[in-house]
Ligand binder design. Sequence first.
Ligand code: UDP
Ligand code: MG
Length: 322
Amino acid sequence: MNSILYIVVPCYKEQEVLPETARRLKDKMNCLIESGKISPESRVLFVNDGSTDQTWPIIRKLHKEDSLFSGVDLSRNRGHQNALLAGLMTAKERADMVISMDADLQDDIGAVDEMIDKFYAGCDIVYGVRSSREQDTFFKKFTAESFYRAMSFLGADTVFNHADYRLMSKRTLEGLAQFKEVNLFLRGIVPMIGYQTGVVEYERGERFAGESKYPLKKMLAFAAEGITSLSTKPLQCITALGFLIFAISILMLIHFIVQWFAGNTVAGWASVICSVWAIGSLILLSLGVIGEYIGKIYLETKDRPRFIIREILDDKNSEGRV
Ligand code: UDP
Ligand code: MG
């Protein structure tokens, strides 16, 4: 009952929230260490995702004052998923279990205890699942829930109402490291790893300072990323659409032949133009979807690194635990 816990927190321009987040996490970690639930070698690992504000200097200062805080500085902004992966892969070498959470502490850190209990009870992955979305605006709630429904309709296996607040054991992280994909959608990949899983419910609060780093545009891009990296259903839909249109065209052909025998062969300009437009647009649409996938294949074949670490702060250059 004395495993090493790392809490991984990706941070992008989080100077307003970091000092408070660090304080709350420190209290939590100290409680857990004192009660003997986790090892004193446990750490909070902040990943600076190429922020242009004071985020990294703040992390440096926190680390200098207390080696409970360690840090990873990415060479540039790579987005939440890649920053999180960088943190997870760094923590994998040092920890027995890793919990990932956002810097704004919207995810209730009270759920950490229960996650750790489930880990000791034999779970390798524990998902934090929101019990309600009352705090969210109607718009965010509607878009987020539609997203989960669309994902499951499209055949992508994700956990309903689970964001990236989860506990993962060392061996699950080793499993995750074997997924080499560049188009990263962790929520979809983690369930593919397997092992025993558990769920902890929590209330999601509001961001206590600063503003969301996920505006609508990023959210839509994230949803598209999720669907195209996990599912090939859109490609199957094109085939289905092709069959449907083929069936309709056969019916039309029969209709025209009958009309021809009946002597009603009036040149139908409108129907010709309509079908030219309809079929043209469908072809374009299909090409677009296929192009999306080819784009992904192109990126995957390049096998680019998903993140590059500039610097890691661990115990060497700190004044020790206080
Ligand atoms: N984040 C990041 N890189 C980015 C955007 C966001 O590391 O390019 C981090 C951010 O610092 C936070 C987490 O991802 O810890 C979630 O972002 P946010 O809370 O703004 O999203 P929301 O809760 O509004 O969906
Ligand atoms: Mg947030």
